[in-house]
Ligand binder design. Structure first.
Ligand SMILES: Nc1ncnc2c1ncn2[C@@H]1O[C@H](COP(=O)(O)OP(=O)(O)OP(=O)(O)O)[C@@H](O)[C@H]1O
Ligand SMILES: [Mg+2]
Length: 233
């Protein structure tokens, strides 16, 4: 899938204060790319992912996915878009505490029916094959994060949006998860748009987008992205 953002704008109103979270964001991402979004805290990274993922509505602008404008979808079509096309890994993991790791992932799989991958296999991919029956409260932060990644990947979505998806992982586990994302991107053409502070992730990306104060200030294209297996951590 391809993604085209045109003049996206979003503000929040807090009492009398008007906060501009995104201002005139225009960006074209060809299909099959791995994109990294960088920027200081408060620069609009999460807001951008939320708009692309259809979780929040833009004030103005367009979000074209495969030529279709997501900002104009009816609520049922938007729900289908969120469910089938997008896999989200949030900054805060949002796991359901009363469900085990396997149940959390299986629930996401059920939502997409035949499109889903095998929940047990995806949990194995993220290194949690032996912890599938634990509840989120019985897992470390990094393990919970990997359940959240599995929950996004199990849907086999065309677009994976990650908000610091390796932020709670040690470097070894982070590299394994990154290698998994790299493989899915390269072998299955799934688009990844990932917010990170990890410089290593930027080196495997096709495109690095720098945000500041809600605006894109720089886009670097990388014709020869690194393989995570070759990186020094
Ligand atoms: N629900 C909200 N209500 C009011 N203001 C908000 C809301 N969400 C975000 N903002 C504001 O919008 C701006 C962009 O926030 P955003 O969460 O997108 O930043 P970010 O780049 O993800 O930051 P961080 O790296 O800290 O996660 C900030 O000024 C933030 O305070
Ligand atoms: Mg954020």
């Amino acid at each position: 899938m391809s993604l085209y953002l045109e003049a996206l704008t979003k503000h929040y109103q807090v009492g009398s204060e008007r906060i501009v979270a995104l201002w005139g964001v225009t960006l074209e991402i060809p299909s099959g790319e791995f994109v990294v979004i960088l920027g200081p805290s408060g620069s609009g990274k999460t807001t951008l992912l939320n708009l692309i993922g259809g979780l929040e509505a833009a004030d103005s602008g367009r979000i074209e996915v495969d030529g279709q404008d997501v900002t104009r979808l009816t609520e049922p079509d938007l729900m289908r878009y969120r469910r089938y096309k997008v896999g989200l890994v949030f900054q805060f993991f949002n796991l359901i505490p009363s469900l085990t790791a396997l149940e959390n992932v299986a629930l996401a799989a059920q939502l997409v029916g035949a499109q889903a991958r095998d929940p047990r296999q995806v949990l194995e991919w993220v290194g949690l094959g032996d912890k599938i029956d634990r509840y989120p409260g019985q897992l470390s932060g990094g393990q919970q994060q990997r359940v959240a990644i599995a929950r996004a990947l199990v849907k086999n979505p065309a677009l994976v949006l990650g908000d610091e998806p390796t932020g709670s992982l040690d470097s070894h586990t982070g590299r394994d998860v990154l290698s998994l994302m790299y493989r899915l991107n390269r072998e299955h053409g799934q688009m990844f748009a990932v917010v990170t502070h990890n410089a290593a992730i930027s080196t495997i990306a096709h495109r690095v987008v720098h945000l500041r104060d809600g605006k894109i200030v720089d886009v670097q294209c990388n014709p020869n992205p690194a393989n995570p297996a070759d990186l020094e951590w």
